[in-house]
Write a protein that binds this ligand. Structure first.
Ligand code: PLP
Length: 404
């Protein structure tokens, strides 16, 4: 038995079977490349679902991690640490809000936003106790906690995990009239992905976010943008909402906020919302820890100084054009923004998974989402030359007979 099979067998034996990974075992990464245990090199076109926007092991982020690890890693919030303030200051100034609440995972940032907006609804807006409603979209992905999967429209995410928390109203994504009809005086927020990533790289109609912002303003409800995957440059803007010049009331960040080395997330808002939190209301043992803060600052510095949103815009535009130009019997549609691109496979050509496996055999790691979509989302530090090389293999796979 080869080492790859051995390692996969061990995982199969000892890990809960909550994932179905491609059969590759990675042992090293650098920039947009990873190497498996047999020394084969692959181009990473998933970027850990956009957590590796800055590339694997960016030297400046690793240096910050090392330096901080030599001094102090964790205090809990029972004491102050000398790193958290500067990190929150930086992320608030960069994204443009007055306060941030640091957590670790994306799901925790979403939970934080839900708690903030609900308590704002009760204490500021004056919603009757227990009556607050948050409007959410079908086909959403906001994480895996029980509250969050409770308002998923994906049957598998929910099946067997109820009962679920009430207070969420599900409407079709991209349908502005559905939002208008859904808001009531009890609506405290509209939780939305500015572009649905896990849902299959779905770009809403032009003007959707802008109109949603207006509806929220009129209804005295908060526009809550989940930018955990789309934010921090991925779609060619610092926030995906900037495509429509929209400033959400609450922003959730995660994934790339940790620079691909450490889980760092945050919810951001202005005082009107964030000041509802009092000591004891909410927290996390690891949230805002000094290691996370030092890594988060380095991750943001790299993003800004290397102009990664601009890179994503330019390379993404070009890559999308190249993908659209491929004359393939299997491709139904190419869609996305910046370097978050989905290639939709026709149902007559099977599902996306065998295409991902064929790409893997040619040294490209991409992952299917929602059965029919191959997602291309390489680290934003990638170059045009590397993408050109990748396109040779992508063309081969998309023009050959459908793999099975
Ligand atoms: C990944 C993701 C989350 C959840 O983040 P975790 O760190 O996995 O908890 C939430 N929202 C969106 C849009 C995501 O892509």
């Amino acid at each position: 038995m080869g080492r790859t099979e051995e390692l996969i067998r061990e995982v199969d034996r000892w890990s809960a079977h909550n994932y179905h990974p491609l059969p590759v075992v990675v042992e090293r990464g650098e920039g947009c490349w990873v190497w498996d245990v047999d020394g084969n090199r692959y181009l990473d076109m998933l970027s850990a679902y956009s957590a590796v926007n800055q590339g694997h092991r960016h030297p400046r982020i690793i240096a910050a991690l090392r330096e901080q690890a030599e001094r102090l890693t964790l205090t809990s919030r029972a004491f102050h640490n000398d790193q958290m303030g500067a990190f929150l200051h930086q992320v608030c100034e960069l994204i443009g809000y007055t306060k941030a609440l640091p957590m670790n995972t994306g799901a925790e940032a979403v939970e934080t936003a839900i708690k903030a907006v609900r308590k704002w609804g009760y204490t500021v807006k004056g919603v009757a106790p227990e009556a607050a409603e948050i409007v959410v979209c079908e086909n959403n992905f906001h994480g895996r906690t029980t509250t969050i999967v409770g308002f998923s429209s994906e049957e598998q995410y929910r099946r067997g995990f109820g009962p679920f928390a009430p207070g969420f109203k599900l409407i079709p994504y991209g349908d502005i009239e559905a939002l208008r009809a859904a808001v009531t005086q009890n609506t405290v927020g509209f939780l939305v992905e500015p572009l649905q990533g896990e849902g299959g790289v779905i770009v809403p109609p032009q003007g959707y976010l802008k109109e949603a912002a207006a509806i929220c303003r009129d209804a005295n409800a908060k526009l809550m943008a989940d930018e955990i995957q789309t934010g921090l440059g991925r779609t060619g803007r610092l926030l995906c909402c900037y495509w429509e010049d929209v400033r959400p009331d609450v922003v959730m960040l995660g994934k790339a906020l940790g620079g691909g080395v450490y889980p760092v997330s945050a919810a951001l808002a202005d005082d009107e919302v964030m000041d509802v939190f009092e000591p004891g209301d909410h927290g996390s043992t690891f949230g805002g820890n000094p290691l996370a803060a030092a890594v988060g600052r380095a991750a943001l510095n790299v993003l800004v100084e290397e102009k990664l949103p601009e890179r994503a815009a330019q390379l993404g535009d070009w890559l999308m054009g190249e993908l659209e130009a491929i004359d393939s019997p299997h491709v139904e549609e190419v869609r996305g923004r910046g370097l978050m691109i989905g290639v939709v496979i026709k149902e007559s050509s099977g599902t996306a998974r065998p295409f991902c496996e064929a790409l893997m055999d040619r040294g490209i790691l991409a992952k299917e989402t929602h059965h029919q979509v191959v997602r291309f989302a390489p680290p934003l530090v990638i170059t045009k030359e590397i993408l050109e090389e990748a396109l040779v293999s992508i063309r081969e796979v998309l023009q050959a007979p459908a793999p099975v």
